[in-house]
Write a protein that binds this ligand. Structure first.
Ligand code: KG4
Ligand code: ZN
Length: 521
């Protein structure tokens, strides 16, 4: 048999999540699926499994005498092959096994394919639930079956079951790209990144060889406002994206026809900025017929390590430090991430940016502070090291920022000249001390032998040196990406896409940007 229906297992979650994200505008998170699996006897979840990975899934919730179809989705490249019918047959049969009287469901009135399928399976429209779908405000059409233990439903379900079994038997994917690839060394991926203030595109061969990486920074347009202005970011992405993509293809010496897949960052980031990349990539996918891989920007920062250092392998702990994030992440394997701790207030990059602003040094603050710090005395001013001794792995940076701002104001009031290098060095040392201390704790707790850093702040030379010294003296391999891969770029997005594509994870035409996407979802 080519495909089969079986009860869901925890190891299916990645495949299920990828289908969920490609199928629904407001997808369920990993946590929601894991919760479902803990619900026990009142739930039944099934997946359609195949040599090409998970093809679809469906869930049934038992409420008194009724069964409620929670979710049913099929991977984009397996649609129209009878997999949905097979899953629906399994759900209805499960309801019969449980002695339930009927099955109900909600469906979008605009989803004609689903309406037709449910109609053919004996469901009838029972009413409508206004405003049910939060993204469009659309009403849900409520459907239900008659008594599933009696004819005509019983015969209908038996027929559906037979049809589903035949579809599973005959199932095959003959598009070479979707089958588990054997030799991936010549795969060419074009990735697009527009999550913040850099419009970037890159071409990667075989997952590790960067053929081109083009980054058009908008920093100059934002600098005069002291930070990223979302409306400007979206407009500049729209203006730049076509040229940036063309340049990446040209520099790699290839055309769209040579590509194996497209990839795009779909979160986290500024919604208006992400949408530009996601829409552009979806359009390109539609026009070329190429599969499109969705990438989590934060996972991209982790994969940046692998591009330069083949030893950047799981299990590892990573410090992700950027303008929007500060967290310690444990990865037992690539693709599985546990956030061990994060900032309770400001991100590390944000602290650099705010301190630079207070000193009148412009935006972004990281590079200028680190240049000044190189000439200052890190012990000149004893700024606070918040939470350095707490047993957790969280950070708090807003107190440090306030301490620096207060110090600057006091010095000015006293009529003293500011010693910028000393302030920069002392501030930076306070940030680094806490990060090193928490990094050591995270490594000790997990026992890993590899440490990765990622995000714009990992370009900071003093942070890189301090982490490397502290961890390598304990026998931990530290991977520090080259500077060009620390700040936002599309090469890292292509590297993460190579990994996700290998698992058959692609986005469908209805996929959308997810501004608050987390590493764990
Ligand atoms: O990863 P990234 O390019 O964009 C986000 O995803 O946020 O990170 C940008 C952040 C900014 O806050 C910038 O000030 C900081 O990275 N940054 C630095 C350095 N270079 C950039 N922070 C400290 N030292 C640096 N050398
Ligand atoms: Zn970033």
């Amino acid at each position: 048999m080519s495909a089969r229906i079986r009860p869901i297992a925890e190891t299916d979650i990645d495949g299920v999540l990828a289908i969920e994200r490609a199928s629904f505008p407001t997808p369920w998170s990993r946590g929601m699926f894991l919760d479902e699996m803990l619900q026990g006897v009142c739930r039944a979840w099934f997946v359609a499994d195949s040599p090409w990975g998970i093809l679809g899934y469906a869930g049934l919730m038992e409420v008194e005498e009724e069964g409620h179809l929670l979710n049913l989705a099929v991977r984009t490249d397996a649609r129209r092959s009878g997999i949905a019918a097979a899953l629906l047959a399994e759900i209805l049969t499960e309801a019969q096994r449980r002695g339930l009287e009927r099955v109900t469901l909600e469906v979008r009135p605009s989803n004609f394919a689903a309406l037709a399928m449910y109609d053919a399976a004996g469901f009838e429209v029972a009413g409508s639930r206004p405003g049910y779908y939060s993204d469009t405000g659309e009403a849900a059409t409520i459907m239900w079956t008659g008594r599933i233990d009696k004819d005509p439903l019983r015969s209908l379900i038996a027929a559906l079951h037979a049809r589903g079994a035949a579809a599973l038997e005959a199932f095959t994917i003959d598009r070479g790209t979707a089958a588990p690839p054997t030799d991936r060394s010549s795969e060419l991926i074009l990735a697009i990144e527009t999550s913040c203030d850099e419009t970037a595109a890159a071409v990667l061969r075989g997952g590790t060889e960067v053929l081109s990486s083009v980054v058009a920074s908008q920093i100059d347009f934002h600098a005069r406002f002291g930070g990223v202005v979302p409306e400007i970011a979206s407009r500049k992405h729209v203006e730049a994206i076509t040229d940036v993509v063309d340049e990446a293809l040209d520099a790699a010496g290839i055309t769209l026809r040579d590509l194996t897949a497209l990839a795009v960052t779909y979160g986290p980031g500024l919604v208006g900025a992400l949408v530009v990349g996601v829409s552009y990539a979806k359009g390109l996918a539609l026009a070329t017929g190429l599969p499109l891989v969705g990438v989590n920007h934060l996972e991209g920062h982790l994969f940046a390590n692998l591009l330069a250092d083949p030893e950047a392998q799981a299990p590892f702990v990573a410090l992700l430090v950027s303008g929007g994030h500060t967290s310690l992440v444990h990865a037992p394997v690539w693709g599985e991430y546990h956030v061990m701790g994060s900032t309770l207030d400001d991100a590390a990059g944000e602290a650099f940016d705010k301190v630079a602003k207070a000193l009148g040094l412009g935006y972004p603050g990281g590079p200028v502070i680190s240049r000044l710090a190189a000439e200052g005395d890190p012990a000149a001013i004893p700024f606070p090291r918040a939470m350095i001794n707490t047993a957790d792995l969280d950070f708090s940076l807003s107190g440090l920022k306030t301490a620096v701002v207060t110090y600057i104001a006091a010095e000015r009031r006293a009529g003293r000249d500011l010693n910028l290098p000393d302030i920069a060095a002392s501030f930076q040392a306070a940030v680094i001390d806490v990060q090193v201390s928490k990094a050591l704790r995270a490594v000790a707790e997990t026992g890993v032998g590899t440490f990765l850093i990622g995000g714009g702040v990992s370009a900071n030379p003093a942070l890189r040196a301090a982490l490397t010294a502290a961890l390598e003296s304990r026998g931990v391999h530290v991977s520090v990406p080259p500077l060009s891969l620390c700040t936002d770029n599309a090469a890292m997005i292509a590297a993460a896409a190579h990994f996700r594509f290998g698992r058959g994870e692609t986005l469908g035409p209805s996929a959308e940007a997810v501004p608050d996407l987390t590493l764990q979802s």
